[in-house]
Design a protein around this ligand. Structure first.
Ligand code: PRP
Ligand code: URA
Length: 208
């Protein structure tokens, strides 16, 4: 698996803003979407293109367009939903699948409750999105579920990751490409990322 860590100053700046506990729901949601768009721009740099003929007001020319089946964006519910519109701003024709997983607060193990993916998933470039990669349990299970449905070309985008999560995902799925906004120090005893930003789902949706 290849891991790419984001270096763009705009991404770094925006991640700092969402870490602040005083950042409210409205702003938090908006910035998550902006970060997803900036990270998507980096993660989709290798999308294949094909040449087509277009007629400009001046002459006919051969120019590139994105090739192949439409992209599939797959958020891990709930928090991943906050990143979807950022990717759709770049690729409006992308299909959207959903994977429902929640972490048991005691065991920190992921529990699956939903999976609905676009058709021809085996032919699509898939971008799985979840702002937080903590123990990696949810990410590992989500990618396993996508593979069980036939998905092959998988990229995973997380805004903040713990070293434990990166290692777990690399070990379980060495064939995927991982994009991380910022690598944090470690997990605490409740498997929350330190320094992190708290509970991403609660902060996006304004729940406690
Ligand atoms: C959070 C987060 C990830 C998961 C990461 O979701 O959005 O999906 O935890 O933790 P892990 O790497 O240890 O599995 P959560 O289970 O809190 O659900 P939510 O998005 O519905 O709040
Ligand atoms: N899920 C979150 O939302 N935050 C963490 O720090 C860990 C898991």
């Amino acid at each position: 698996m290849s891991v790419s860590y984001m270096t763009h100053p705009l991404i770094k700046h925006k991640i700092t803003l969402i870490r602040k506990e005083t950042t409210g729901t409205n702003e938090f949601r908006k910035i998550i979407e902006e970060i997803a768009m900036l990270m998507g721009y980096e993660a989709l740099a290798d999308l294949p293109t094909t040449d087509v003929e277009v007629k400009t007001p001046i002459e006919t020319t051969i120019q590139p367009v994105i090739d192949g089946k439409k992209l599939a964006v797959v958020p891990i519910l709930r928090a991943g939903l906050g990143m979807v519109n950022g990717i759709l701003a770049l690729v409006p024709s992308a299909k959207v699948g959903h994977i429902g997983l929640y972490r048991d607060p005691e065991t920190h193990q992921p529990h699956e409750y939903y999976c609905k993916l676009p058709d021809s998933i085996d032919e699509r470039q898939i971008v799985v999105v979840d702002p937080m990669l903590a123990t990696g349990g949810s990410a590992v299970d989500a990618v396993t579920m996508i593979k069980q449905h036939g998905g092959r070309k998988i990229k995973f985008m997380s805004i903040i990751a713990a070293p434990e999560g990166v290692s777990a995902l690399m070990k379980a799925h060495p064939d995927i490409q991982l994009y991380v906004g910022c690598l944090d120090r470690q997990l605490n005893e409740n498997a929350y990322i330190c320094p992190g930003l708290g509970d991403a789902g609660d902060r996006i949706f304004g729940t406690i």
